[in-house]
Ligand binder design. Structure first.
Ligand code: FMN
Length: 170
């Protein structure tokens, strides 16, 4: 099977889009807080209810994979159809800094994880890594959900299907 065939098949799996966020540790103890980092992801799922676990699959060597190797606390924002620009922004390759990417977006800092939780998201989660499982060229990061919130946001989810962002058709 070729990469092309695999990609084409998996592009037919409709997926919700999330923004995974985490804060870099401060450079020096007691120093200014580290930079916020975000990554658009569709390889995200609920795993277990008791205990509450979720999973995200991160490309090995990506900035978020490297960051979550040292930062156990992270956030997840389940994006709404009005947040296509957020998804596009945090999927850009070869970014040096995410500081400006957050600057004009509404977010609140998670009380437990310290990561940005996006305003306008359908739901937000605060997580702590339970285990990291190498899987091919990705790392499966399994996190315990410390807090889940459902803000009163109207509208449907942002989805991704056949290489394009979509809205639910109903
Ligand atoms: C719709 C969409 C879904 C994505 N899902 C994932 C994912 O689940 N896991 C992942 O590692 N990268 C995923 N990516 C790619 C990352 O968003 C992208 O590689 C990253 O933000 C760029 O930073 P990097 O150069 O450190 O990889 C996705 C991109 C898009 C557009």
């Amino acid at each position: 099977m070729s990469d092309e065939e695999f990609r084409a098949a998996m592009s037919r799996l409709a997926a919700g889009v999330v923004l995974v966020t985490a804060q870099e540790p401060p450079l020096a103890e007691g120093g200014p807080r580290g930079e916020d980092v975000g990554m658009t992801a569709t390889a995200f799922m609920s795993v277990s209810l008791d205990p509450p676990l979720v999973l995200v699959s991160l490309r090995e060597g990506s900035r978020m994979d490297d960051l979550l190797d040292e930062q156990p606390l992270w956030g997840v924002s389940l994006l709404s159809e009005a947040q296509r620009h957020v998804a596009g922004r945090f999927a850009m390759k070869g970014r040096i800094s995410d500081r400006l990417l957050f600057a004009d977006l509404p977010y609140a800092r998670g009380e437990l994880c310290g990561a940005p939780l996006m305003g306008g998201a359908l739901a937000t989660l605060e997580c702590r890594t339970e285990s990291r499982v190498p899987a091919g060229d990705h790392t499966l990061v399994i996190g315990r959900v410390l807090r889940a919130q459902v803000p009163p946001v109207e509208g449907g989810p942002l989805t991704y299907f056949r290489g394009r962002y979509r809205q639910l058709g109903n």
